[in-house]
Every structure is written in C-alpha cells, then in structure tokens.
Design a protein around this ligand. Structure first.
Ligand code: ADP
Ligand code: MG
Length: 255
C-alpha cells in the first residue's frame, strides 16, 4: 500500500522523526455534567506505532477518541498532534490534518454501494488519480470489499461493514487512524482478518490507536497498551508486559 501525502505540508520537524510522539495527551479530563468520564489521563502514540487502549464498558475509551477528534470538549488537559494543540481547532481541521476516526458501531451508509461509501471517505482528495489509487489500496487490504463494490452497504455482514468503515477511513489517507472497538459483535474469524488488516495498515506507515474490549486480539497486534479503568489509566506497558500482568490477566483476559 502506498502512503504518499503530497497535499500535506511537512509538520513540525521535532514531531516528524520516526519514533517521535505523533499524539500526546496530557492530564485529559472530560465531564458529562457531574460525571467525570476521564479523570486526567495521559498517553502518547509515537509515529508508526500501534497502541491499544483497553478497558471494560464505560471505562471512557470512546470518550477519549471522541475528544481527540474534537467531538467532545475537554474540561482540562492538552492534546498535541504533530506538535499542534488540537483544542484550538475544530473537528474538520483535525481530519484535514490526517486524523481519522472509525466510530463504534461503524456508521456506514446502508443504501449506498460499497464503492459509494468508499468514495465518500475521499472527500479531502478531489483528484481522480488519488481516489483510484486509494480504492486500489483498500481492495488490496480487504479483498472481500473488492468483490462487493456494487453491493449496498446494508447487505454486508457485520464484519464486512467494519471492513468498509475502515476502508472508508483509509480513503482519506490518514496519518493517524483511531479505531473504536473494531471487533465488537463480529465473528472471530473476521475479527482476526480485521486485525491483520490493521497490522498491514501500520506496516504501510500509518500510526494507529485502537480501542478494544478484546484485550488479547488488540495486544497481539499492538506493541504497547494502556488499560483504562473508570476514567483512569490503571496500567501501561508493552503488550508483552500487559499480557503477563496478573491484574490484566484476571480482569481482561479471563485468566
Ligand atoms: N454523551 C454522554 N452523556 C453523559 N454521559 C456519557 C456520555 N457518553 C458517555 N458517558 C458516560 O461516560 C462514561 C464513559 O463512557 P464511554 O467513553 O462511552 O466508555 P467506553 O467507550 O469505554 O465504554 C460512562 O460512564 C458513560 O455512561
Ligand atoms: Mg465505547
């Protein structure tokens, strides 16, 4: 897969080296009325990494991703992406800078064809050559979508719809891909294929932050992870460390 971004100006050099932080969240706090959904969390994702954010229902995972793309307003904290403070810009500008969110529950257009759904993801790229290249890349990534281009999105299986949602995000040629529970409600075989695709996306140079309740699957693909528990980071470490951690094993791996 190609990952050229000819339209994008190079970001701040300190943030453009491999291994440097692309995303840095510090002391992020989010409130919904009286509820503190995030109680001052800090995390970072380096360029080229796959990082997992794991935790049970209600831990604050979706809130974290929605705050990053400026759909939720933080009460406190800083969000830096490629050296820029995200709280000073809006959702559209965050997307223009190369951040793409695949939301929980997928949200594809059921009455549009697979091809039309994918083309909608390319709204930042009007030239036909780039769109054709991106479509080709997505077909390589998900051959099942390639076989179903003319089919309506709503007729796809849950797993195929998740592939479509990820494919649509990839049509925007993001630098940072945010995924909200890509394996939720999906047959294990397709969930595995989706995580293999995430691995391929990362290998092509896209940085990934993936939220999951399927801890094992997420940590098999991610190199590092954070455990979010009721709005706080309870653990962080390499995937290997987390998979061996007694608390993680008991609470999240059913050991
Ligand atoms: N729009 C909202 N209004 C009020 N409370 C919310 C809203 N969204 C989420 N919450 C609450 O914030 C907490 C974190 O939710 P969420 O980020 O969706 O968790 P997760 O994605 O880890 O399941 C939960 O207690 C949830 O009920
Ligand atoms: Mg959620």
């Amino acid at each position: 897969m190609r990952t050229r971004h000819p339209h994008r100006a190079p970001p701040d050099v300190r943030f453009s080296e491999p291994g440097s932080p692309l995303l840095a969240v510090e002391n992020l706090e989010v409130r919904y009325g009286g509820i503190r959904a995030l109680k001052g969390i800090s995390l970072h994702v380096c360029r080229g990494e796959v990082v997992a954010l794991i935790g049970s229902n209600g831990a604050g995972k979706t809130t974290t991703l929605r705050t990053l793309v400026r759909l939720v307003q933080p009460a406190a904290g800083t969000l830096r992406y490629a050296g820029e403070e995200l709280t000073t810009i809006g959702t559209e500008q965050v997307i223009e800078r190369g951040v793409s969110l695949v939301p929980e529950g997928r949200a594809i257009f059921p009455n549009l064809t697979v091809r039309e759904n994918l083309e909608l993801g390319a709204f930042l790229h009007r030239d036909k050559t780039t769109i054709a290249e991106s479509l080709h890349d997505v077909e390589q990534l998900f051959p099942r979508l390639g076989e179903r281009m003319a089919q309506e999105g709503g007729t796809l299986s849950g797993g195929e719809q998740q592939m479509l949602a990820i494919g649509r995000a990839m049509m925007g040629r993001p630098s940072l891909l945010l995924l909200d529970e890509p394996s939720l409600g999906i047959a294990p075989k397709l969930a595995r294929q989706i995580f293999e695709a995430i691995r391929a996306i990362a290998a092509a140079g896209v940085t990934v932050l993936v939220v999951e309740q399927n801890t094992r699957l997420a940590l098999e693909v991610a190199s590092r992870g954070y455990v979010l528990r009721t709005g706080e980071i309870a653990r962080e470490g390499s995937s290997k460390e987390l998979l061996a951690d007694p608390m993680v094993r008991e609470a999240y791996l059913g050991a």
